[in-house]
Design a protein around this ligand. Structure first.
Ligand code: FBP
Length: 548
């Protein structure tokens, strides 16, 4: 296979490990834990994995010896830079404890476990993928592990391969599944440990113990590079407004991080829209005002960052989507038999009066996207909704009305972009390469300690990697009860942007200036070699959250 010069050089990169993981480790356990909310309900649903202590690894004198063990690994959900390094860290970790240990990768996500599709990950294969982006080593998928028959099918193959620990690398939904599986195998006394690893470019799987999900760093830096390039183009030609939608199915962390890196004219933060109970028209008006103000200064150009999940955070739309979710879940069969051309009318006839009116007022394309199949976890596929076009069209209409009234005298031409897939498989930054390797290595130590229902945790991540703290968090600690597909379910609580947090406050303190003036920053491409100040810098979000 032909490799690029960067790929060849990057293959030789040795990810940095926290000091404590470099030799023998001992475990330091804290007190009992409880879930973030709905404690009684979660405790009842997870009697075997609830309340376990937080765990930290520290250096020890005597090395622990692990009998040879077979371990399975699954990549679940959307790709995120660094997944291959989690696997190589896990591989090196189990091998460092016993050379006879083996690692099996289940193919194309959790479905590989159920369908018994797997490969053994040998040293040759692992070496091909060190420090590379993508999940192609074993592929990924979104099959939801939730049914007893799936757990039993999984158990069959795990028993056959003598696998005694399974590592699931995924986002909040996949780690919820990891926890359900851990509980099931523990209840059945099957002797199979399940460990989770925090993945998602969206950055919304985080809490006090999980400072960031892997992939967020690289993905944001990749988008910020391209947005910076667009800003330089836009500041050169001075004729376009660029409407840039950024991935992040729910939370606006990616848009906010990119805004902090590039200082655009506008960045919408969905969580603020919800808090202020803004309507679509409020958002459109506020954008149009910035466009008009800049036009008054002769600046008919600018950049607007739009979080992918915006639609679901506009309160009126959120109510509509919630009703649609329940309605479509309950009437799935009937709905699937209705002709496509009649589906819109069918929905309008069946929704409550208020939601029916909102649904009817939506442009055809957006309305259709809202009624399309949910992903296996019941989520609307927001990446398919063209919010950037919807907003620019509406802003254009508003400006035309203002022009007629003599309130606006500019030119408005829009360009549209959607950045998501462009960053999900980028070669991991040094941060993600190191962080992921440490997460995988930590998972091997949790396995060696016989733990199950834990998520691998690496903290203190704005300090040099040597000083990072490695350990484990009981997954039940992150759970609460939420409505999914019309039913209350235990799920990991999503971490949305905190409006009283330092990243948002920093943005809010600067946004008026960024709107009016042209304060663009051009971050340039991720650097893998060179001074640490250029190559190892964590995200602005992490730096501000940890105030370093
Ligand atoms: P995960 O939550 O699985 O990490 O995926 C995140 C994400 O990249 C979202 O930002 C986006 O909305 C979604 O995946 C797109 O899904 P798909 O890859 O199935 O098109």
């Amino acid at each position: 296979m032909t490799k690029s010069a960067l790929q060849i050089a990057r293959a030789a990169y040795q990810p940095k490990l926290p000091k404590a993981l470099k030799g023998a480790v001992k475990i330091v356990a804290g007190g009992a834990t409880q879930s973030v909310a709905d404690q009684q309900a979660i405790k009842t649903l997870f009697p075997n994995t609830y309340g376990m202590p937080l765990i930290k690894f520290e250096s020890a004198e005597v090395a622990m010896a692990l009998p040879a063990i077979n371990v399975g690994v699954i990549l679940s959900g959307g790709q995120a830079p660094g997944g291959h390094n989690v696997i190589s860290g896990l591989f090196d970790g189990i091998k460092s404890l016993n050379q006879e240990s083996r690692l099996y990768g289940f193919l194309m996500g959790p479905g590989g476990l159920v369908d018994h599709k797997y490969i053994e990950l040998t040293a040759d294969i692992i070496d091909e993928y060190r420090n590379t982006g993508g999940f192609d080593i074993i592929g990924s998928g979104r099959t939801k592990l939730e049914k007893e028959e799936q757990f039993e099918k999984g158990y069959e193959i795990l028993k056959q391969l003598d696998i005694r620990a399974l590592v699931i690398i995924g986002g909040d939904d996949s780690n919820t599944n990891a926890c359900v599986l851990a509980e099931y195998y523990a209840a059945k006394n099957y002797g199979i440990q399940v460990i989770g690893c925090p993945k998602t470019i969206d950055g919304d799987l985080k809490n006090d113990m999980i400072e960031t999900s892997f992939g967020f760093d690289t993905a944001c830096k990749t988008y910020a590079e391209v947005i910076g390039n667009i800003q330089r183009d836009c500041n050169s030609a001075r004729k376009y407004w660029h409407f840039i939608k950024l991935m992040g199915r729910s939370a606006s962390h990616i848009a906010l991080e990119c805004a902090l890196q590039v200082q655009p004219n506008i960045c919408i933060v969905s969580e603020e829209v919800e808090k202020k109970n803004l309507s679509l028209d409020d958002i459109v008006t506020s954008i149009a005002k910035v466009v008009a103000d800049r036009a008054a200064d002769g600046n008919n150009f600018g950049t607007i960052l739009i979080p992918e999940g915006l639609i679901e955070f506009i309160p009126a739309m959120k109510n509509l989507i919630a009703e649609l979710n329940d309605f479509l879940a309950q009437n799935a069969v009937e709905f699937s038999q209705i002709k496509k051309s009649a589906q819109r009318d069918y929905i309008i006839r069946h929704l409550s009066e208020e939601n029916s009116a909102i649904y009817a007022s939506l442009p055809e394309g957006v309305a259709r996207q809202l009624s399309l199949d949910r992903d296996p976890h019941g989520n609307v596929q927001v990446s398919l909704i063209e919010t950037e076009k919807l907003l620019s069209e509406m802003v254009g209409t508003k400006l035309a009305q203002w022009k007629q009234k003599g309130n606006y005298v500019g030119k408005f031409a829009a360009q549209h972009h959607f950045f998501g897939y462009e960053g999900r498989c980028a070669a991991p930054s040094n941060f993600d390469a190191d962080y992921c390797y440490a997460l995988g290595f930590t998972a091997s130590r949790l396995i060696a300690e016989g733990k199950t229902g834990y998520m691998s945790s690496v903290r203190n991540t704005t300090a040099p990697a040597e000083e990072w703290i490695s350990g484990g968090v009981p997954i039940t600690m992150m759970m609460n009860m939420e409505r999914r597909n019309g039913e209350m379910k235990p799920v990991i609580q999503k971490a949305l942007v905190k409006l009283d947090g330092a990243p948002f406050k920093t943005f809010a303190a600067n946004r008026e200036k960024w709107a009016k003036e042209t304060c663009y920053v051009y971050p340039g491409p991720i650097q893998y070699f060179g001074p640490s100040s250029v190559c190892d810098e964590p995200t602005k979000t992490l730096q501000l959250e940890q105030a370093r």
